[in-house]
Ligand binder design. Structure first.
Ligand code: SAH
Ligand code: SF4
Length: 431
């Protein structure tokens, strides 16, 4: 989401006549686009700002700004402790940038705008994207779910969806600029809805845009998964058979305390249902360990649900208290060593599950989208399966952005290894 927002801001800066520089010493403007989801992300920004303070001392003309969720969340602290920051803009205030840049010579005071909007969806702004295979496209902003651990509803405000027409126009532009994979983004991507329909209707429209080889989306909420969506995923070849399905925790008491709105049993039924609807669908997840009050037996349920869901991959986090959220107020926080030990256990389990899931592909021929040269050898490509797993294989006559058939021969760590199968051989094999 932040990569996309940075691309939006880069687009605005370009319109104002600025261009990107790789040399930080020569920059006239530096914006840090920040994340407040966990404490560590905030620490990183504080450290980075302390470093940038030196640049500002050398060049007082330098305009230094903090954008995004941390600006929203820590405005007062930033103003107090980092007075050398000139501009503080929350995630709904980026339209102010041209005006601030035009006025920069007349700027005396800090420019601060962290108002949240019920309407801002940056409809008519086009991002300036890095070259590559995948284009991120934000389809909705904000979140109304209020999970008790999460800062997003406070920093990004209420949920609102962009028009289908605006999104399709952006998809067409991305394709015209050479992107072949589209990832639709929203904090709750599958609760997207407009007068024209729900998320599955949008997905069908994106799938019909000519030149879109692959479509992904993130992050859906288990509560908003429905059969209409699963049908569309199963039906369209260019929609990846891959679903990110954040579990967070396995125990019903903890899920309730998190305000996740589903039970362990409902989650397990959903996983089963997805795999029946879309055979071979890859599923990844997010896990939080050490949520306030989580007992050993409750943590063991997280391990149990991970094991029975057999996730292909997972993003795993220690619970990080976010001031202002309900969970931060709970009195039964878990000690750091316990959180660390639980994190190590989920990581070890997921490593085993990922390998096990990857091994199921050995002997199969999978479509792989060629992305880049392998880091280990200039003779090999690295590409991804629909399930988002990297595949390494010898180069022949294909090029980046092609989708080719690869016979999977081995699975190691988190990667697959294989050999390109030419169309002719495939016909032979089928015969
Ligand atoms: N909207 C998505 C998640 C967005 S945040 C969803 O509901 O699934 C991405 C992930 O960060 C979350 O899924 C959660 O696992 C993690 N996360 C959010 N707040 C956190 C916190 N306070 N501490 C630790 N992890 C957190
Ligand atoms: Fe945060 Fe996701 Fe819950 Fe929204 S649904 S509050 S973004 S974790």
């Amino acid at each position: 989401m932040n990569v996309y927002d940075s691309e939006l801001v880069a687009g605005l800066l370009q319109k104002c006549g600025y261009f990107k520089t790789e040399d930080i010493m020569s920059a006239d403007v530096i914006f840090l686009n920040t994340c407040a989801i966990r404490e560590k992300a905030e620490e990183t920004v504080h450290n980075r700002l302390n470093n940038l303070h030196y640049l500002k001392k050398k060049n007082p003309q330098l305009l230094l700004g903090v954008l995004g969720c941390m600006a929203q969340n820590l405005k007062n602290e930033l103003l107090e402790t980092k007075p050398f920051v000139d501009v503080i803009l929350g995630p709904d205030s980026y339209r102010r940038i041209p005006e601030i840049l035009n006025d920069r010579n007349g700027l005396q005071n800090h420019q601060v705008d962290t108002k949240l909007s019920k309407f801002e969806i940056y409809e008519d702004m086009f991002p300036s994207r890095h070259e590559g295979v995948n284009a991120w496209i934000s389809i909705s902003r904000g979140c109304d779910k209020f999970c008790t651990f999460c800062i997003v509803p406070f920093t990004r405000g209420r949920e609102r969806s962009r028009s289908m027409q605006g999104i399709i126009q952006e998809v067409e532009e991305a394709v015209a600029n050479g992107f072949v994979e589209i990832t639709l983004l929203g904090q709750n991507v599958n609760s997207y809805r407009t007068g024209e329909g729900k998320f599955h209707v949008l997905l069908e429209k994106v799938a019909a845009v000519s030149g879109v080889k692959r479509i992904r989306f993130t992050s859906p909420h288990p509560q908003d998964m429905d059969d209409d969506l699963l049908k569309v995923i199963a039906e369209y070849e260019n929609i990846c058979n891959y679903i990110h399905l954040p579990l967070q925790a396995g125990s019903n008491r903890i899920l309730k305390r998190m305000n996740r709105t589903y039970t362990q049993e409902e989650f397990l039924i959903l996983v089963d249902h997805i795999r029946k609807f879309i055979p071979d669908c890859s599923i990844s997840t997010d896990i939080i360990v050490g949520f306030p009050g989580e007992m050993d037996e409750e943590f063991a349920e997280t391990l149990m649900v991970m094991e029975s869901s057999a996730f292909d991959s997972a993003f795993m986090f220690k619970y990080s208290p976010r001031p202002g959220t309900k969970a931060a107020e709970y009195s039964d926080h878990i000690e750091e060593e316990v959180k660390q030990s639980r994190l190590e256990q989920v990581i070890a389990l997921q490593k085993r599950l990922s390998l096990q899931q990857n091994q199921r592909h050995i002997g199969k021929i999978l479509p792989v989208l060629v992305e880049k040269e392998s880091k280990k050898s200039s003779m090999k490509w690295a590409g991804r399966t629909e399930g988002n797993t990297w595949v390494i294989f010898d180069k022949t006559n294909e090029k980046p952005k092609d989708i080719v058939n690869v016979l999977i021969q081995d699975a190691q760590g988190v990667s697959l290894f294989g050999e390109r199968i030419m169309e002719k051989e495939l016909v032979h094999e089928i015969n």
